[in-house]
Design a protein around this ligand. Structure first.
Ligand SMILES: Nc1ncnc2c1ncn2[C@@H]1O[C@H](COP(=O)(O)OP(=O)(O)OP(=O)(O)O)[C@@H](O)[C@H]1O
Length: 253
């Protein structure tokens, strides 16, 4: 699914939190959004998902304005995993992931074996299948994050928006999650703090003070000069001969 954002903006009082952001994300692309704390990444993701009230600008999914789609059509197209997802209800892991099937259910199409198998596939994909009956409230931070991602996968969206999907995960689950996500044949937009993770995206966008100041392939965008300007760090690219990759090593300026 192609995602086209035009002149997106959002204000908190007189302060512009997101200002005049336009971007087109191609079908199947993995797009990483980076930027310092408070630069507007989460707010931009909400605008892209149609979840920010009083937002300016337009979002098109393929060629249809998001504003013209019903809530059900949006939920069948976009899954959004926010940074902090909580529920006070007494739900099990299975219940949470089954919620991902809601947009596809109706009186004529109730929850059935097909949905059950999608839910189990999603739980297996994030390595949580062994904990299906555990209460959500008793999960660790990383386990909750993986369950929320399973819920989004079970939704079978065409656009998956993830806000810092690896922030609670151990290194093994960070790597397997990013591999899983990049292999999905759908469009992915995710906010990331780890610039080496961003290096593996098809393209990255850099947010600074609410504006998208750069957008393109990681090697072109994440240059030492730009990282010094935006993050106030010195980044040294290092070559890893084990897989011919380039990794960034950081020092404070
Ligand atoms: N409802 C609100 N009222 C006032 N200010 C807000 C509101 N929502 C967000 N902000 C401010 O907007 C700025 C951008 O917030 P946002 O969460 O989009 O940043 P971010 O880039 O995702 O940050 P982080 O990397 O810390 O997650 C922050 O300074 C935040 O305090």
């Amino acid at each position: 699914m192609k995602l086209t954002a035009t002149s997106l903006g959002w204000r908190a009082g007189s302060r512009a939190i997101v200002e005049d952001v336009s971007v087109q994300i191609e079908p199947g692309e993995t797009f990483g959004l980076i930027g310092p704390n408070g630069s507007g990444k989460s707010t931009l993701l909400k605008l892209l998902a149609g979840l920010a009230k009083r937002g300016k600008g337009t979002v098109h999914l393929d060629d249809r304005p998001l504003a013209d789609l019903s809530r059900r059509e949006i939920a069948q197209s976009i899954a959004f995993v926010e940074q902090i997802a909580d529920t006070s209800e007494r739900l099990t892991v299975r219940d949470v992931v089954e919620l991902g099937r809601t947009p596809w259910l109706s009186a004529l199409s109730p929850f059935d074996d097909h949905d059950r198998s999608i839910v189990m596939d999603a739980l297996q994909a994030v390595d949580m299948a062994d904990m299906v009956d555990q209460a959500w409230a008793t999960l660790s931070g990383g386990e909750r994050q993986r369950v929320q991602i399973a819920r989004a996968l079970a939704q079978r969206p065409r656009l998956l928006i993830l806000d810092e999907p690896t922030n609670h995960l151990d290194i093994h689950h960070q790597m397997t999650l990013l591999q899983l996500v990049s292999r999905l044949p759908i469009t992915i937009v995710m906010a990331l703090h780890d610039l080496n993770q961003a290096m593996n995206c098809d393209r990255v966008g850099v947010m600074q003070s609410g504006r998208l100041i750069a957008c393109g392939p990681p090697a072109e965008v994440l240059t030492p000069d730009r990282l010094a300007e935006v993050f106030r760090i010195r980044a040294t690219p290092l070559f890893d001969p084990t897989d011919d990759s380039t990794v960034l090593h950081f020092h404070c300026l």
